[in-house]
Design a protein around this ligand. Structure first.
Ligand SMILES: Cc1cc2nc3c(=O)[nH]c(=O)nc-3n(C[C@H](O)[C@H](O)[C@H](O)COP(=O)(O)OP(=O)(O)OC[C@H]3O[C@@H](n4cnc5c(N)ncnc54)[C@H](O)[C@@H]3O)c2cc1C
Length: 418
């Protein structure tokens, strides 16, 4: 079968890998001149099934008001007369009940745990290096209140069989020796030893190179305009470089997926939630993080990627906007310099923004939708890097007409029409 994958982010390229492995002819189309140049370019680098949780959770509406008012705000809302934004926000609020949260979380954790195992297997099979580390993540609590609040998270981790360690101040410094100079800034932390880290862009570009050598065709610098429908099936993809045809089509356009399928009558509740990151060279490795540290107060992740530090976070609901206000950079730098003073070399920061493709309930949308030869893998939100390989294995099995490797209940678009 000839499968046309729309989008060369981490979701599209990993899907191409599994599809190729299943014996299909694969074409990947993207408007950028290479792979992973939009949201998959400079994310926070965490492979973190342990933190796979929907944003829509009980208590979030009250917390959101507090976050919006903070000086270094983790949440920014710019209301606009945009029906997609308002509908998405309303749907998210509806998902903030204990019952919905438990259901959505179970769907996300199952996929994320499976995905981490698939990534480990892929790395073993292909030997791809991407500044990866398997040294866990540490959620750092600056206050006793945050520390006490982690009891609920630990109950959830126990329920899902995710190993964890609750650490006091000394334990945190043992796990992350670079924190020694900032001992007075925190009281403890929660460590998830099975989490991993790595550079998503490096991984995706190296995987794409391997796939190209294995016969996958990459059509870069090609803007997708529309899906062509004929006789109830997709007959081709219209692009600025002509029509591309295949037997089956997979939409993996991240935050831009809804616009492409809308003319087919498909409404994807995926909305862009902007995040920011910066990437700085390490000045002194002894002062730098060894893995990922999550600064709970600001919801910022600080990750070691080889000889660089990536600092990422914030959630800004402001539509399709990639502008780079300097005060967001200041928030990222504040968290980094407060916890790891002297770790980074002063100079250019590689300040960046990306649009997380978020669903209002949390899990991504994976599966067939509309015409029989159209499939979706999008809406991975805060966890697209974590969930990429698992999502790819699932969608490749569905396209190949095989039984998916994990349960797919609640991952399809049909969950919104129930
Ligand atoms: C600040 C930040 C930190 C994050 N941290 C983490 C983390 O630590 N761990 C984690 O798991 N996830 C993290 N994420 C989330 C993760 O980066 C995303 O979920 C993931 O990158 C989404 O991948 P994607 O392939 O769906 O989208 P994208 O990477 O955006 O890929 C979509 C592709 O479609 C192409 N495209 C779109 N429209 C068109 C068109 N019309 N024609 C042709 N091509 C088109 C784009 O060029 C792009 O290459 C973070 C995100 C941000 C913003």
């Amino acid at each position: 079968m000839r499968v046309v994958v729309l989008g060369a982010g981490v979701i599209g390229v990993t899907a191409a890998y599994y599809l190729r492995r299943a014996g299909h002819e694969v074409v990947v189309v993207d408007r950028q001149p290479g792979a992973a140049l939009e949201t998959s370019f400079a994310n926070a680098g965490e492979i973190s099934p342990g933190y796979a949780s929907p944003w829509a959770a009980p208590g979030i509406p009250a917390k959101a008001i507090r976050w919006l008012l903070m000086h270094h705000a983790p949440l920014i809302l710019r209301p606009r007369p945009d029906m997609a934004m308002l509908t998405w926000l309303a749907a998210m609020l509806r998902n903030c009940t204990a019952q919905r949260y438990a259901l959505n979380k179970s769907r996300m954790v199952g996929l994320a745990e499976f995905s981490r195992d698939e990534l480990v297997a892929l790395r073993r099979d292909l030997g791809i290096a991407y500044d990866e580390r398997s040294q866990g993540t540490l959620q750092l609590f600056r206050t006793e209140k945050q520390m006490a609040g982690s009891a609920k998270d630990m109950d959830v981790l126990r329920d899902y069989g995710v190993p964890f360690e609750l650490l006091d101040r000394d334990g945190c410094v043992r796990a992350e020796p670079g924190l020694a100079a900032a001992r007075d800034r925190f009281v403890g932390g929660l460590r998830l030893p099975n989490d991993e880290t790595g550079d998503c862009h490096l991984f995706t570009t190296r995987l794409a190179e391997r796939l190209a050598a294995d016969g996958v065709e990459f059509r870069y610098s090609t803007a997708i305009r529309a899906l062509e429908l004929s006789g109830g099936a997709i007959a081709g993809v219209s692009t600025d470089a002509g029509t591309i045809r295949g037997d089956t089509y997979l939409v993996a356009l991240g935050s831009h997926s809804p616009q492409l399928v809308r003319p087919l009558g498909l409404r994807l509740p995926v909305y862009p939630v902007k995040g920011y990151s910066l990437t700085v060279p390490i000045a002194d490795p002894a002062l730098a993080p060894v893995s990922t540290l999550l600064d709970e107060s600001y919801k910022i992740a600080i990750t070691r990627l080889g000889d660089r530090i990536r600092v990422g976070g914030m959630a800004e609901i402001s539509g399709y906007d990639n502008s780079l206000p300097r005060r967001r950079e200041a928030t990222l730098l504040h968290s980094l310099n407060d916890l790891f003073p002297g770790a980074a070399r002063p100079g250019p920061t590689g300040f960046w923004s990306g649009l997380r493709p978020m669903t209002p309930d949390g899990p991504p949308i994976i599966g067939r939708a509309g015409p029989a030869n159209l499939f979706l893998s999008t809406g991975h939100g805060t966890l697209g890097w974590t969930m990429a390989c698992g999502s790819a294995a699932v969608v490749s099995a569905l396209i190949s007409g095989q039984r998916p490797p994990i349960a797919t209940d609640g991952l399809g678009l049909d969950r919104y029409s129930r």
